[in-house]
Design a protein around this ligand. Structure first.
Ligand SMILES: C[S@@+](CC[C@H](N)C(=O)[O-])C[C@H]1O[C@@H](n2cnc3c(N)ncnc32)[C@H](O)[C@@H]1O
Length: 257
């Protein structure tokens, strides 16, 4: 991945896999799975399963008698998920929208939705769908970032703040949903059992550029008149001088139906 300003958007699946493979990515995913307490024989639903990052781990937990359903609205993501779960007969992939899950009512024992609610049109409607799809004693895991917490170290603190404001206001639809997850879950009728937060830390500029979209979102912020071009370019050039630091907070909530 180039670290210059006009970088193309990296392919989404590789972004998701790389984000999940960082230490912090692995840690919150492991913790979410632990808290979900998936048991052998259960039916587990992964909403917005993307390239299938977590499907094999879920399949291992449900065993031969259980099943894992991965749902995503993006056919290209599902193709990658299919390739990643070849040879796992208990994994089924369904194309569909989180607002109208292609899943029978009261049929799922465990469900997770990880870094998806921030993108959907109506998070409350998706949570209502999760409630419909799950059985009365089900557990549900939610994980979302809160992009207001994105900090990027720079001598030019004003541009770092402007970059975070731009990300929150223009790039991500529900950018601050992480902090609201427990409240939204309670409102949807779930009982919140655990709330956790992790802070992925990026010390490598290129990794941060790739995962956080520093270059590509700065380009858009400049084009949209949100950040001055010369100042933005200086800020971006400055980030490439070591040491680099950026971080954000990701919130996980596990609740019961
Ligand atoms: C950031 S990726 C996360 C993928 C996966 N959950 C993970 O943790 O690696 C978001 C995924 O949500 C999917 N998605 C976004 N909005 C959706 C919707 N309304 N219905 C179904 N899938 C959706 C996208 O296609 C994408 O695959």
């Amino acid at each position: 991945m180039s670290s210059t300003l006009g970088v193309p958007q990296p392919d989404q699946a590789s972004y998701m896999l790389r984000a999940a493979a960082t230490d912090a990515g692995r840690a919150y995913k492991r913790r979410l799975l632990e808290l979900l307490d998936v048991r052998a024989g259960q039916t587990v639903l992964d909403v917005g399963c993307g390239p299938g990052t977590d499907l094999a781990a879920l399949a291992e937990r449900v065993g031969d008698r259980g099943s894992v359903i991965g749902v995503d609205r993006d056919a290209a993501m599902l193709a990658q998920a299919r390739a990643r779960t070849e040879g796992l007969p208990r994994v089924e992939l369904r194309e569909g929208d989180a607002h109208a899950l292609p899943v029978e009512s009261d049929s799922v024992d465990r469900a997770k939705i990880d870094r998806v609610l921030m993108h959907v049109a109506e998070p409350a409607d998706v949570l209502a769908e999760l409630r419909r799809a799950t059985r009365p004693d089900a557990r549900i895991g939610l994980a979302e970032p809160d992009w207001d917490t994105l900090v990027v170290d720079s001598d030019d603190l004003g541009t770092s703040r402007a970059f975070t404001r731009y990300t929150t206001a223009e790039v991500v639809r529900h950018a601050t949903i992480g902090r609201s997850l427990a409240r939204l879950a309670e409102r949807a009728g779930f009982r919140v059992e655990a709330v956790d937060a992790v802070t992925p830390v990026f010390l490598d500029f290129r990794e941060a550029d790739h995962t956080l979209g520093l270059g590509r979102n700065l380009r858009k912020a400049i084009d949209g008149g949100h950040i001055d071009q010369a100042r933005g370019r200086d800020w971006f050039a400055g980030l490439q001088q070591t040491p680099f630091y950026a971080s954000f907070t990701l919130v996980s909530v596990v609740c019961a139906r």
